[in-house]
Design a protein around this ligand. Structure first.
Ligand SMILES: Cc1ncc(COP(=O)(O)O)c(C=O)c1O
Length: 359
């Protein structure tokens, strides 16, 4: 079978929890999703958390709650997954792309400041690969220009800035529980954390056909059905209990990779800023021989990935000419190699040896 890029953790506790929901007869809007929200908020230190059906719908809810519409501009990196853009694109708002810091690959705050116009409606930094953006700088910019700050933390559960969890910073933080993510629900799922009670109630209503808590026959606002099913919330609850151990394990694996690969060929290993805690959702190396290395590893039964080959500004439906030299250079050189808490020392050794042999 070879070595996978990532692997999901399933144990008897998860199996029992799923069976428990099946037998309970309560499949939506029940105690498991409420518990998941409460525990998630506690884990990241936020006041509130709203569960939903995916990371993509978390972003769609967040931008709907802000009321973005056509002509609004959203500042975002192009080096991200396409869902970051689609979170507001459907409402007619348009992206303004900001280039990345060549060390952390996250959105550059100073370039962000320069890109602000009268039409800027929000800032959407992405904690790419699990490295936090410079939240200190982004919070300062957001406050100075009175702009909402929405963090895309789909890849960054447990990440922090100067010791503070990123899920408790900014106006809203959106998470994904897609199967490859640091915490998953064995399917599709998402969460939004926020600090403001009114916003929290608004997000809850938007997720449930526009019905505020207590409303049954009346929808006060037009909403969606973006709810998280109970079976998935039950899995998420158990996964969440392991977050600290899993993040520690990811960091341990990353540290060994970096030590053993930093002087191999022309490899550049990931950087971590002093102020940020990288949670290594992905371990991404850079090399000018990316495609040849990926082919070599595939022949050895080792899976790799490219996150992402086509930057968002180059998608066929995205308009405008953008100058993003760091982003464009990066996407030709990045390679994600296996990273997950279930990776054994032996498997990691095999990966390291295969990379060394290639160079
Ligand atoms: C940066 C980023 N944003 C948003 C998403 C969307 O999450 P989901 O796949 O749960 O819809 C993902 C998921 O891959 C992601 O990596």
């Amino acid at each position: 079978m070879g070595i996978e890029l990532n692997r999901m953790f399933v144990d008897s506790e998860i199996r029992e929890a799923v069976m428990g929901v099946l037998e309970s007869g309560r499949y939506v809007k029940g105690p498991r999703s409420r518990e998941f929200e409460e525990e998630f908020a506690k884990t990241v230190g936020s006041n509130y958390a709203v569960s939903c059906s995916s990371g993509s719908t978390a972003l769609m809810l967040a931008f709907k709650a802000l009321g973005v519409r056509s002509k609004d501009e959203i500042l975002m990196p192009s080096h991200t997954f396409i869902a970051s853009l689609n979170g507001f694109y459907h409402y007619g708002a348009r992206p303004v792309f900001v280039d990345i810091d060549p060390e952390t690959y996250t959105m550059d705050p100073e370039l962000t400041r320069k890109a602000i116009t009268e039409d800027t409606k929000a800032i959407l930094p992405v904690h790419i690969y699990g490295h936090p953006v410079d939240m200190g700088a982004f919070v300062e910019i957001a406050e100075e220009y009175e702009l909402p700050l929405i963090g895309d933390a789909a890849q960054a559960h447990g990440s922090s800035f100067r010791g503070q969890d990123i899920g408790s910073m900014g106006d809203m933080t959106c998470y994904s529980f897609f199967p490859s993510k640091i915490i998953t629900v064995a399917g599709e799922g998402g969460m939004i954390t926020c600090e403001d009670e009114e916003l929290y109630l608004h997000l809850q209503a938007l997720r449930d056909h526009g019905r505020y808590q207590g409303e049954r026959d009346t929808s006060s606002i037009p909403g969606f059905n973006f709810r998280l099913p109970e079976i998935l919330a039950a899995v998420g609850n158990i996964q969440l209990k392991h977050i600290q151990t899993w993040v520690d394990r990811r960091r341990e694996l990353a540290s060994r990779y970096s030590k053993e690969l930093q002087s191999v060929g022309d490899i550049k290993v990931p950087s971590e800023r002093k102020w940020g805690k990288h949670v290594y959702y992905l371990y991404v190396i850079r090399t000018s021989r990316r495609d040849q290395l990926a082919k070599h590893l595939k022949e050895k039964g080792i899976s790799t990935g490219v996150h992402y080959r086509v930057p968002v500004h180059k998608m066929p439906y995205v308009e405008g000419k953008w100058e993003l030299p760091e982003t464009e250079k990066l996407v030709d050189e990045i390679l994600s190699i296996p990273m997950h808490p279930l990776l054994s020392e032996g498997e990691q050794g095999e990966i390291i040896d295969s990379i060394r042999n290639f160079f």
